[in-house]
Design a protein around this ligand. Structure first.
Ligand code: NAP
Length: 280
């Protein structure tokens, strides 16, 4: 993985073709050494900006992986699109977050488990007053979740379940009995949660460094609500075809949202891009 040469990272290690086409405004950046980055270096590179944050009062970063042809999963799982380096960055982004927000379908399909406390991030987290591991926050209208799973019964930090006002009282009780913290963030009869209210609810719980790991349905709602501040997109050197969703799956936005490239890292043909929202 390539270092950002001590500057705003625009580096293309192992990718001579790409380095010949630097991003607009970037210095040509083929100089950084090609080596595996330590977790600390990655954590520095991906550190959340200092508050105050944007319009939502929190900072919501998404971490997603896509195939070259835009598939967000292969046969229902994202793992076939991932790599060791992708998982390393995945772990670092978790290590920096107060809370990880995820849609219930991703939890069901990917068999989510609680986030771990990792020694590599302990000091950094303590200095910022963060819990040893991020809380996982699951967004669900149906609450059709298996509350006997370790995600709910064994987390270091109670798992948060964010649901709407129409949620089943009996399922809410099951979630609470398992140890989850249930937050109501939707008022309508549909049971749907307003995406901006998810961010507000987490902020009110003291979580401002937010990470969403998708899936595409939830991410589309964060984008539509105008609360997505950053996208960390891993581009996998794979073609999947099929009918998999793109990483953002929802109704057309009235205007495309603009993002600026903050950094690019490369390993084994994977590009690890980081884009920050430009607010109008
Ligand atoms: N490429 C990647 O980086 C990546 C990342 C994550 C996931 N994935 C893949 O994406 C697929 C899953 O994504 P998905 O788009 O189908 O689903 P998703 O976004 O993970 O979850 C959708 C579910 O979240 C709940 N939800 C979403 N918006 C809600 C709202 N406004 N109010 C209340 N509940 C809401 C609903 O749960 P209920 O049904 O419980 O009501 C809904 O069915 C999987 O195949 C996974 O492998 C890929």
């Amino acid at each position: 993985m390539q270092a950002p040469a001590g500057a705003p990272a625009r580096t293309f290690a192992n990718a001579p073709e790409a380095s010949a086409v630097p991003a607009a405004g970037a210095a040509t950046a083929a100089s950084a050494e090609d080596r595996e980055w330590g977790l600390d270096e990655l954590a520095d590179a991906y550190a959340y900006p200092d508050p105050p944050y944007g319009p939502s009062g929190a900072y919501l970063r998404a971490n997603m992986v896509s195939s070259l042809d835009g598939a967000a999963h292969h046969d229902g799982r994202s793992k076939p699109l991932s790599s060791d380096a992708d998982m390393r960055i995945f772990g670092v982004l978790r290590g920096l977050a107060d809370a990880v927000v995820v849609g219930a379908e991703t939890v069901r399909r990917e068999g989510y488990r609680p986030a771990r406390a990792r020694a590599a991030f302990a000091e950094r987290r303590a200095a910022l007053g963060q819990s040893p591991a991020p809380a996982i926050a699951v967004v669900s209208a149906s609450l059709d979740l298996d509350f006997s799973l370790p995600l709910f019964t064994e987390p270091l930090v109670p798992t948060i379940v964010i649901t709407g006002a129409a949620a089943s009282g009996e399922r809410i009780e099951r979630a609470r009995a398992a140890g989850a913290e249930v937050v109501l963030a939707g008022t309508g009869p549909s049971g749907r949660v307003d995406a901006a209210a998810v961010v507000t609810a987490l902020k009110e719980l003291g979580h401002t460094r937010l990470l969403t790991e998708g899936g595409p349905t939830l991410l589309a709602q964060f984008a539509a609500a105008g609360v997505l501040d950053e996208l960390c997109l891993a581009v996998a050197p794979l073609i999947a075809a099929g009918d998999a969703k793109r990483i953002v799956d929802g109704p057309l936005l009235r205007e495309p949202e603009q993002f600026a490239l903050a950094s690019v890292l490369e390993e084994a043909g994977f590009l690890f891009t980081r884009y920050r929202r430009i607010y109008p």
